[in-house]
Write a protein that binds this ligand. Structure first.
Ligand code: BMX
Length: 291
């Protein structure tokens, strides 16, 4: 069977034909920066129509809360302001194929868990990217949540006096640690068009302000890992996303974790699949869940 896997992120949308757990063809576009649902529908139609001809079913991993196939953004800023989209329905109409949809970080968690060869029973995957997302595998089962919310640990409290998050709450992990937050924190030092990438360039050049901003992100993620470990009894945490996999970031997270008592410190490893975890994970998940 050939699966058309789709990964809708805050910055890019990737689509791939997946056969025997391997990507055969892969295409990628930028996520539309519009709060109009029609912009996303048009982009998905152009991207998926040709690929659907070669597929048996469709597996979609998407940023946002996915409740029975309907996307609701927890942080609409991550999706160009779009906060509601009937993802399952739109993709069924475009492709005329069976469709499953889950959250992007949940999908990536499933891939990374499978890549560990089931040597562990409880793990969390954390992506530090446009936003901060997570997926939990508990007792060997991916927790997608009754309403699709499970795993949204990027919206746990990091600092009650922190910035207001795009979700409306103050001081979420995401508002301090995400690539977007790193970029915003860098603007007073590096200009109004500064993004996460700009701050990282300055960090690599030894800039003190950039180092402080990335360290604040890394220490926030270290505390998130500690909180998840003590609440979920984790064997391992896998870190991914463009910031999570950036040079030296994991080492910084580990430095902060080492300062904590052992019981808070799981094994922390880098995601094995880079940018394809969402695509491959949702394709794997569809094998068992497609109806
Ligand atoms: C946000 C939230 C999560 C998502 C996470 C990472 C939205 C639109 N997204 O917390 O659902 O998993 O970002 O998303 O509310 P990414 O786009 O950074 O991969």
């Amino acid at each position: 069977k050939t699966c058309l896997a789709v990964d809708i992120g805050g910055t890019k949308i990737a689509a791939a034909l997946v056969k025997d757990n391997a990507i055969v063809t892969r295409v990628q576009i930028s996520t539309p920066t519009s709060k109009e649902a029609s912009a996303l529908t048009v982009a998905l139609t152009d991207l998926l129509t040709p690929l659907a001809l070669e597929a048996d079913h469709v597996a979609v991993a998407s940023t946002g809360i996915i409740n029975h196939g309907v996307l609701t953004a927890l942080n609409p800023d991550n999706l160009g302001g779009l906060n509601h989209f009937p993802l399952h329905q739109v993709i069924s109409e475009i492709t005329q194929l069976p469709v499953v949809v889950i959250n992007d970080a949940q999908a990536a968690a499933w891939f990374e868990y499978k890549a560990l060869n089931q040597a562990v029973s409880d793990m969390a995957f954390i992506t530090v990217s446009t936003g901060v997302g997570a997926g939990f595998v508990q007792k060997e089962i991916l927790n997608t949540g009754a309403r699709g919310i499970a795993g949204h640990a990027g919206h746990m409290l990091a600092d009650p006096n922190g910035p207001v998050c795009g979700c409306g709450r103050k001081g979420c992990v995401e508002s301090i640690a995400s690539g977007t937050a790193i970029g915003v924190a860098g603007q007073p030092f590096f200009g109004t068009d500064c993004d996460g990438e700009t701050v990282y360039q300055h960090l690599l050049a030894g800039d003190k302000n950039a180092i402080a901003i990335v360290d604040r992100s890394a220490s926030t993620i270290a505390n998130l890992i500690a909180d998840l470990t003590i609440s979920l009894d984790l064997d391992v945490v896998v870190l991914g996303g463009s910031v999570g996999l950036a040079s030296g970031y994991l080492a910084r997270v580990k430095t902060y974790l080492k300062r904590l008592p052992n019981v808070y410190v799981p094994d922390v490893i880098a995601a094995s699949s880079g940018a394809d975890a969402g695509l491959l994970g949702v394709a794997l998940w569809a094998e068992q869940n497609i109806k």
